[in-house]
Design a protein around this ligand. Structure first.
Ligand SMILES: Cc1cc2nc3c(=O)[nH]c(=O)nc-3n(C[C@H](O)[C@H](O)[C@H](O)COP(=O)(O)O)c2cc1C
Length: 216
C-alpha cells in the first residue's frame, strides 16, 4: 500500500473561533439555520448558499454534488435542477436525501436530512422567470447528466434555441424545476480546539424538535 502523502497527512487546522451549546441555539432549527446563514452572508463568503446534496439509488448506492439553495420556508430547503438528471432519477426512486453546508471561514458545518418532494409548477415557473435569459436557454439546451459527444454540440443547441426564442419570453422546460428537502434532522457543528468540536443535533418527533449534544 502507498504510504500517506506527507504533505496531506500533515495538513491540519485548529478551530478556535467560536463555541456552541444547547443553551445557545434556538429551539426551532430553521431559526438557528437562518442565524448561521446570515453569519455566512455577512462574512462575505463567495457562495454561502452552495450546498452538497447527497442522494442514493433505491439499493442505497450514494452520489453527491453541489447545488444552490434558492429558498427556505417553514417546511424546507428548495433547489432547482433538471428532472432527468442523475439526482432526479435517484430522488424518484428514493426520496431520502441529505444536504451539507461547509462554511470553512466560520469553522461551521450544517447537516440536514429528510425526504425530498417536487415544488409546485407555479413555484418553478416563478423562479424560472427570475433567471437570466442565458440560464433559461441553458436549461433547454442541457440534457443534464447525459453523455455529450463534444462541447460544440451544446453550443450549437444554445445558438439554435437563442434564435428560436429571439424577441419572446422563454417558457420553463417541462424537464426543469424545483425540489424541496423537508428536514427531519439537523446538525450544527462548530469547530473547536483539539478536535473537541461542538455538535448540536435536532431530531423531529411528531411536531416538535428534540435537541441534544453529540460527541465530536
Ligand atoms: C457551486 C455549485 C453550484 C451548483 N448549483 C447547481 C444547481 O443549483 N442546480 C443544478 O442542477 N446543478 C448545480 N450545479 C452542478 C451540479 O453540481 C451537478 O454537476 C449537476 O447538477 C449534475 O448532477 P447529477 O448528474 O448528479 O444530477 C452546481 C455546481 C456547483 C459547483
Amino acid at each position: 500500500m502507498t504510504p500517506p502523502d506527507e504533505s496531506l497527512s500533515s495538513l491540519r487546522k485548529e478551530y478556535a473561533r467560536a463555541f456552541l451549546d444547547v443553551r445557545d441555539v434556538d429551539p426551532d432549527p430553521f431559526v438557528q439555520f437562518r442565524r448561521w446563514f446570515t453569519d455566512a452572508q455577512n462574512a462575505g463568503l463567495p457562495e454561502p448558499n452552495a450546498m452538497t446534496l447527497a442522494t442514493a439509488t433505491k439499493e442505497g448506492r450514494p452520489s453527491a454534488r453541489a447545488v444552490l439553495l434558492k429558498s427556505i420556508d417553514e417546511t424546507g430547503f428548495t433547489f432547482f435542477t433538471n428532472f432527468k438528471s442523475r439526482k432526479a432519477r435517484e430522488i424518484a426512486e428514493n426520496p431520502a436525501a441529505a444536504l451539507l453546508f461547509f462554511w470553512a471561514e466560520l469553522e461551521r458545518q450544517v447537516r440536514i436530512e429528510g425526504n425530498i418532494e417536487c415544488v409546485s409548477d407555479a413555484e418553478s415557473d416563478q423562479y424560472f422567470r427570475s433567471r437570466p435569459r442565458e440560464s433559461q436557454i441553458g436549461a433547454w439546451a442541457s440534457k443534464q447528466s447525459e453523455t455529450l459527444p463534444d462541447r460544440s454540440t451544446l453550443e450549437h443547441a444554445v445558438a439554435r434555441l437563442t434564435q428560436q426564442y429571439a424577441g419572446r419570453d422563454i417558457p420553463r422546460p417541462p424537464h426543469w424545476g424545483g425540489y424541496r428537502l423537508l428536514p427531519s434532522r439537523f446538525e450544527f457543528w462548530q469547530g473547536r480546539p483539539s478536535r473537541l468540536h461542538d455538535r448540536i443535533q435536532y431530531l423531529q418527533h411528531s411536531s416538535s424538535w428534540h435537541i441534544n449534544r453529540l460527541s465530536p
